[in-house]
Design a protein around this ligand. Structure first.
Ligand code: ACO
Length: 402
């Protein structure tokens, strides 16, 4: 571990920074109607999703994660080199190796941090958050950058209407900082139920089914899912996991000011609200704009909720997720940071100023799936960055690697 000034007395993990990034291209339900036998009405009524974002050809999980991470660092008012641990949650890494976290470390200009990826599918960010809290409580880190970043649109079968309508791309991040002040992260609950291991999975490319012409021909490099089973698990586990985290925090569900759930399906979120006997206005929902961005969904939603004024100092916030594995996780947080800082933090980092170094002999194929080629040829539907407030302070300029 790196040199850190955290001591045994600075044992609480406070969220001091948050940031998000969503690519500019929008894939609407109307676009999907042209690709598969589906309808805007079906998608909206069964999931609540209206549109999702698609990363451009030059973007990767690492590049989106680096932008969100730098924004969180700016919001926290620290420098990239103040970070001593980088945890990046993803199921869509840039490469099998090295870790995407290592690429992000270089892209943000950090020279000191330990960096590694966290793999727990859509629960990955919450697992990373809990790991960061444990490092801080153990006195092993002072500032931890936890990122959730996904580029799912390159791992979807655009002939399978049961999966391709659900997912989108993006990244979100928080900085957790050690402090001996009260508040910050409170109770954690994480679960793993491997009987659901093959309910959401990506069959090929690993050691069980290495890539081959056969695995490609059979479409085994795409996400597969048993929607109904996953739905059943999600509605049950999201409520029980959140409840356990709240109980471990010494609180009741009625003490929670805002839930930030994994954004998979609004019907799942409604079922969780019902299970906890809470009104829907305590549930933050933005999946209509982004779809399911897996490990990125909770940090994007958290950053957006705070920037929209849904969280104030002293509020109790519960983040809760479920995903492949089956995994689930929840952390309850007493919010202590000035919510107004986030918009300036996002505005201070332009995506075009952040780059991930490529290998010298890289000769990649076009990464955009054939089915999305036409959508990607039109101008970005949203200006980049999509969340800059006018008149914000100077922007961070990062060295662009050749
Ligand atoms: N458009 C139109 N019809 C469709 C579509 C579509 N996109 N997809 C499925 N259908 C059809 C089915 O074929 C079926 O037709 P049939 O009755 O003639 O057989 C009918 O619609 C109903 O299908 P169901 O699967 O029963 O639909 P359901 O109401 O369960 O909704 C959904 C499906 C949205 C996938 C839901 O089950 C769900 O949200 N599950 C959870 C998925 C999830 O959250 N996954 C993320 C996991 S997190 C991670 O780690 C990646």
């Amino acid at each position: 571990m790196n040199d850190s000034s955290a001591t045994a007395t600075t044992r609480r993990a406070h969220v001091t920074g948050w940031g998000r990034y969503a690519p500019s291209q929008v894939l609407t339900n109307a676009d999907l109607e042209k690709m598969v036998d589906t309808s805007d009405e079906w998608i909206l009524s069964r999931t609540g999703i209206r549109e999702r974002r698609v990363a451009a050809a030059h973007e990767t999980t690492a590049s989106m994660g680096a932008v969100a991470g730098l924004r969180a660092i700016r919001t926290a008012g620290i420098e990239p080199d103040d970070i001593d641990l980088i945890l990046l949650a993803t199921l869509t890494p840039d490469y099998w190796m090295p870790s995407t976290a290592a690429l992000v470390k270089e892209a943000i200009g950090n020279t000191k941090a330990t960096a590694f990826d966290v793999m727990a599918a859509c629960s990955g960010f919450v697992y990373g958050f809990a790991t960061a809290q444990a490092y801080i409580q153990a006195g092993l880190a002072k500032h931890v950058l936890v990122i959730g970043a996904e580029l799912l649109t390159r791992f979807l079968d655009y002939t399978d209407r049961s999966t391709c309508i659900l997912f989108g791309d993006g990244a979100g991040a928080v900085v957790l900082s050690a402090s001996d002040e009260p508040g910050g992260a409170l109770g954690i609950e994480l679960t793993t139920e491997p009987q659901g291991a093959y309910m959401i999975w990506l069959p090929a490319g690993g050691s069980k089914a290495p890539p081959s012409a056969g695995t490609i021909a059979r479409g085994e490099h795409f996400v597969r899912m048993e929607g109904k089973e996953t739905y059943r698990f999600a509605t049950k586990t999201m409520a029980t996991t959140a409840l356990e985290s709240i109980r471990r925090s010494g609180l009741q569900p009625s003490d929670i000011d805002l839930f930030v759930p994994h954004q998979a399906n609004v019907r799942i979120i409604e079922a969780v609200a019902k299970g906890l006997d809470l009104p829907m206005d305590k549930m933050f929902v933005n999946l209509d704009k982004y779809g399911n961005t897996s490990a990125a969904s909770v940090p994007i939603a958290l950053a957006e909720a705070v920037n929209e004024g849904r969280v104030k100092v002293g509020d109790n916030v519960t983040i809760v997720a479920f995903g492949a594995g089956f995994t689930s996780g929840a952390v309850t947080i007493e919010w202590t940071a000035d919510p107004a800082r986030g918009i300036a933090g996002d505005a201070a980092v332009r995506p075009e100023d952040v780059s991930v170094r490529l290998p010298v002999d890289w000769n990649s194929v076009d990464p955009i799936p054939e089915a999305l080629a036409e959508v990607m040829r039109r101008p970005g539907s949203i200006d980049v960055p999509d969340d800059v407030a006018p008149g914000e302070p100077e922007r961070v300029r990062r060295e662009v690697h050749a």
